[in-house]
Design a protein around this ligand. Structure first.
Ligand code: MSP
Length: 523
């Protein structure tokens, strides 16, 4: 097994501020990056910003700023949010950086020299917000003279212009065969089927340039004075420019092909169709897995619907900064990853988030930590005692906690964050019941020090295991727990293997004064 791991998020359009949907992809990718680091892997976690194209130009004009001034401002808000959410990316790529522009121009030159690009005149329909050409057959069912974009439903324009095209059609057979023979390439399976059924129709060649007279904010095409690069063709290449493709460096050899591209389901086609063909034409391997997750919706007036899409025009955007200020980054991350299965759509509401915080975080986890530390304080003057021989009640909990390692790894490898969290909570709930059943107050009354020290040691050990396993989801809370438990080894030294070893909690450790981990919230 290679000891490196490369994961990416989409590069976000910096035409407006980030919302909960953007946070979701980054938080999920961050949980995986942290999990892989716990496994001992050398991780490259890449994120960044998509800074070219018409959308950016329109947004900057609306803000009365130059495109560069505008993106510099918005990109700062994205970076600020990632810091706030503890997104531990290793590199941030901006498509206006030289290291990226050079890669785009290199790729264009290779494809042009190999005759995979050609100049042609295009006459047809174009959606400006989506920056997409629509072939006549996709508009067949629209009778009115004014046509709308099949994707975003906004009006589209009829245009005629000379552009460069990429021979997607030449590689269609190869792509279908590749997808069929690589079951892990597109996940979940519903998305794989969607791509395969799309590929049952002939693929149109992809228009990869825009005339400068219509749009100049893009990467110049090296072999044409009159064109810049189509924003999607430019953007997809970030995944290789961000890992050193330009000079085929050691880094590139180490990390390419990427293990995961995390994306939302709306951008499946460019990733699962254009991108692998671009790579194949450049004689590079496709990424190992493209995972398309679902959408966060907001409650709609239609009670039967799961919710409606967030959009500026509907004024229903959920602002992650506000939520984090109110509830903290750990609770927000926990909620997003716990509430729905990765891959499905979910509906965001503040009340369901508060319920999760109160029940799972304040009641179950927070109480377990608080009660345990308070008992170490009360019965052993804050110093963790040595365990005597465990009895049945203790052994059942020990077995449960040690069993977590295997279940947790299997579920995390499958990207089932919600089920991984449930598995951790089974241990937490078992430990809370254990306290009730063991009745430490009686052990204390009877001065049964052996039983009391075994009881306390079992609990702190369980908490050590819980602390490590929640860290991919709640990095701050786990550091806080580590500190309250008094463990002096830096948390960064913890590893997944530590989950399967009983007895690592150093006897004689002095616990800190307990402080509430997640205070209860009144709705
Ligand atoms: N710039 C392109 C990506 C280029 S990658 C080579 C883009 N950017 S985006 O900012 O519009 O969207 C980025 C990601 O946010 C997408 O994966 C998209 O699915 C995700 N989300 C946007 N709204 C969302 C929700 N409401 N819910 C979940 N994720 C959604 O597309």
């Amino acid at each position: 097994m290679p000891n490196t791991f490369y994961i990416t998020t989409p590069i976000y359009y910096v035409n407006s501020n980030p919302h909960i949907g953007h946070s979701y992809t980054s938080i999920a990718a961050d949980a995986v990056a942290r999990y892989q680091r716990l496994k001992g892997k050398e991780v490259l976690f890449l994120t960044g910003s998509d800074e070219h194209g018409q959308k950016i130009v329109l947004a900057s004009q609306n803000a009365n700023l130059s495109a560069q001034e505008f993106i510099d401002k918005i990109v700062g808000n994205f970076i600020g949010l990632w810091d706030m959410l503890c997104v531990s990316y290793d590199d941030f790529i901006r498509t206006t950086q030289k290291r990226h522009i050079d890669v785009v121009q290199k790729a264009l030159t290779i494809l042009y020299e190999n005759k995979d690009l050609y100049l042609d005149e295009y006459k047809g329909w174009y959606c400006v917000p989506c920056e997409t050409f629509w072939p006549p057959h996709s508009l067949e069912d629209q009778k009115e003279p004014k046509k709308v974009c099949p994707d975003c439903k906004r009006p589209i324009e009829e245009i005629k212009e000379k552009n460069y095209f990429f021979r997607l059609s030449k590689y269609q057979g190869w792509l279908v065969e590749y997808i069929k023979t690589h079951p892990d390439f597109i996940k979940p399976p519903s998305r794989r089927n969607e791509v395969l059924s799309f590929l049952e129709n002939p693929l149109m060649d992809l228009c990869i340039s825009r005339p400068k007279e219509r749009l100049s904010w893009g990467v110049p095409i090296p072999f044409s004075e009159e064109h810049v690069t189509y924003v999607w063709f430019d953007a997809l290449l970030n995944y290789i420019s961000g890992c050193g493709y330009l000079d085929k460096s050691e880094k590139f050899k180490k990390f390419w092909p990427a293990d995961f591209h995390f994306i939302g389901k709306d951008i499946l086609r460019p990733h699962a169709v254009y991108w692998p063909i671009m790579l194949h034409a450049l004689e590079l391997e496709p990424p190992k897995t493209i995972f398309a997750h679902g959408w966060w919706l907001v409650p709609s007036l239609d009670k039967d619907a799961l919710g409606e899409k967030m959009s500026k025009s509907r004024g229903n955007i959920v602002d992650p900064v506000g939520i984090v200020k109110k509830y903290g980054q750990d609770a927000f991350r926990f909620f997003l990853l716990r509430e729905i299965s990765f891959g499905l759509d979910g509906s965001y509401s503040e009340s369901s988030m508060v319920n999760r915080i109160n029940s799972d975080l304040a009641n179950d986890l927070g109480n377990l930590l608080n009660r345990t530390i308070t008992m170490v304080e009360k019965y052993f003057s804050s110093v963790v005692p040595k365990s005597a021989t465990p009895q049945n009640l203790d052994s059942a909990l020990i077995e449960k906690a040690l069993g977590l390692h295997k279940t947790f790894c299997t579920l995390m490898d499958e990207l089932d964050f919600s089920a991984s969290i449930s598995a951790i909570w089974e241990v937490i709930n078992h430990a809370n019941k254990y306290i009730e059943e063991a009745k430490p107050w009686n052990m204390s009354k009877e001065k049964n020090i052996d039983r009391l020290s075994t009881f306390i040691y079992t609990l702190v050990e369980v908490l050590r295991i819980v602390t490590i396993s929640i860290s991919p989801f709640m990095p701050n809370a786990s550091k806080n727990m580590w500190h309250q438990l008094g463990i002096t080894t830096p948390f960064e030294k913890a590893s997944l293997e530590d989950l399967s070893i009983w007895g690592k909690f150093p006897v004689g450790t002095k616990v800190e004064r307990p402080t509430p981990l997640f205070p209860r919230i009144k709705l």
